[in-house]
Every structure is written in C-alpha cells, then in structure tokens.
Design a binder for this molecule. Structure first.
Ligand code: ATR
Length: 276
C-alpha cells in the first residue's frame, strides 16, 4: 500500500494550531488523501527539520511563528509576494525536486475581506497598525487591490518608515506615528500589532474610523479581541478577527500543494460555531 502524502505545520509553540484540523477538513471535503501534522520546532533546529522532512518524502510545509523569516532565508525559489513579504508560510515540493516558497497570508486576508465579507478595498483608505512581520506580509497583496492609500502607524516610527519605503514602488503607502493619526479617518483599519495578545491597544484617536468603515484584527481568539471590541464600540460596519484569514491562507496553501481549491465557507462556519 502506498504511503499517504505528508504535510505539516512547523512552529513554536504549535500545540494550539488549528492548521491540522483545517487541512484535514479540506482533505475530507475534496477527497484528497493526505496526512497533516503539527511539529514543534525551535528556531535553531529549523533547517535540519525542513531538510530531513523533504529528504524523507514530505510534500509540503507550513511555517508559523517564529519560523516565517527563517523559512524565507532558507528558500532559494520564492514567489514575488514571498520575496516582498520577507516571510514564508508555505513550502511546496515541486516535480523537479526543488522547493517553492510562498506567502499566502496576505492573499488570505484579501480573500476574507473581499469575498467573505464584501469589504471593498479599491479606492479606500486603509490604516495598518503595527510594522512587524505580520504587517510586512499583507502590504503588497493589499496594494494590488488599488486602495487610495495605505498608512502604516507604529509605536516605533522608524520601522513604519522603513516598511513604507520598501513598498512605495507598488502603490501609495506612507508611515506615521500614533499621534499623527489625530484628525485622520480610514475606511478600513487592520490591527497587525501583537498587542491583542496582551489585551492592549495602541492609542487610537476618536474619529479614526470613517462612517461605514470596518475593522480587522489579524489575531483571532475564541472571545472578541480587544481590537474587535474597539471596532464594535466605534460603530464599525464589520469588526472581524483573523479566523477567516487563517482558513483562507490554508486554502491557498492546499491549492498550491494539491491543485484543487477547497470550499472555505463551510469550514469557517464550523470553526466559528465551535468558538466559546
Ligand atoms: P509580528 O511578527 O507578529 O508582526 P513583531 O515583528 O514582533 O511581531 O511586531 C509586533 C508589532 O506590534 C510591532 O509593530 C510592535 O510595535 P513596535 O515596532 O513599536 O515594537 C507592535 N506592538 C506590540 N505591542 C504593542 C503595544 N502594546 N502597543 C502598540 N504596538 C505594539
């Protein structure tokens, strides 16, 4: 009997990861036969684990915190969006034996915003809070949707300026500090800081969210995050967390690996129903 094709998500910590569940549900839905596991990998063992996974017949990997930048550095063959993101979340064995590196986070966000929630991006003013790895991964896919402008606000202004400079050739993107946000308003505010995890919010002035504007937290949690609650309190049309993005980035990776796109809506509905 032939062995099942093997996939895995690598990270540290990894026990909480929903990826094995999501990919198992995709496999059942599409009739694909595969095995997907979660492997705890400290940064210093990353190269050894990835090399041995593929040498032993593995077909594809997802990489999550804190390994996405290492996966980028490891990979010789990258998609343009991965190249720009300087972070990789998907590795795929190719027919010629090479390994293609991609970043499906940004496209996962765009799909969730546009297709799942009907939030338009073209011609809109978008504010990204934070200038770390999570922000870097979403900027070029968002710019590709032709927003009027993307502003990156960060506590450490120099990091936001550095990011804006890297992406200026791709569209209208600028940087500012939180105090510069006074008097500005945006149609979509995306929280890409890690502050939700510690139940903190950057200082956000009144009037920041435009009438009929929406909020999106890249983080997700069984309970509404502090930023999702901020959006609701400020009359956001939609105030969402990153569960949909998680499922959509996984669907993109699954499509790269298997050549078949799973339907995400029933999986998102299922995971939402399990939140308590
Ligand atoms: P990630 O890969 O998740 O983006 P990161 O690269 O460590 O993680 O970046 C974390 C981001 O959250 C940064 O933009 C950080 O701001 P600084 O660059 O000024 O450190 C931001 N951040 C974390 N905690 C924050 C807080 N309490 N208030 C505002 N910004 C915060």
């Amino acid at each position: 009997m032939s062995q099942l094709d093997r996939y895995a998500v690598l990270g540290q910590p990894i026990a909480h990861s929903k990826s094995p569940r999501i990919h198992q549900l995709f496999a059942e839905q599409t009739g694909e036969c595969l095995q997907y596991s979660a492997i705890e990998v400290p940064a210093e063992q990353f190269t050894e684990v990835v090399t041995s996974f593929f040498a032993n017949g593995g077909k594809g990997l997802n990489c999550t915190v804190p390994l996405k930048e290492l996966a980028w550095a490891y990979s010789e063959h990258k998609t343009e969006r991965a190249q720009l993101a300087k972070a990789v979340n998907t590795l795929a064995l190719q027919q010629d034996g090479s390994i293609l590196a991609d970043n499906t986070d940004g496209i996962g966000l765009v799909t969730d915003l546009k297709h799942n929630h009907g939030i338009a991006l073209a011609g809109r003013r978008i504010l990204i809070l934070g200038a770390g790895g999570a922000s870097r991964g979403i900027i070029s896919p968002l710019l590709a949707e032709a927003p009027e402008q993307i502003v990156i606000a960060n506590r450490t202004l120099a990091k936001a300026q550095q990011l804006a400079t890297e992406f200026t050739g791709k569209g209208r993107v600028s940087a500012c500090s939180y105090s510069d946000l006074n008097g500005q308003s945006f149609d979509l505010i995306i929280n890409a800081t890690s502050s939700s995890l510690t139940d903190e919010l950057p200082p956000l002035p009144e009037g920041l969210l435009a009438n009929q504007g929406s909020c999106y937290d890249l983080a997700y949690s069984n309970k509404a995050t502090i930023f999702v609650r901020w959006g609701l309190e400020h009359k956001a049309l939609k105030s969402l967390d990153g569960l949909g993005m998680l499922v959509e980035q996984a669907a993109e990776a699954f499509t790269i690996w298997r050549g078949i796109r799973p339907k995400t809506a029933p999986i998102i509905d299922l995971l939402n129903a399990e939140r308590h």
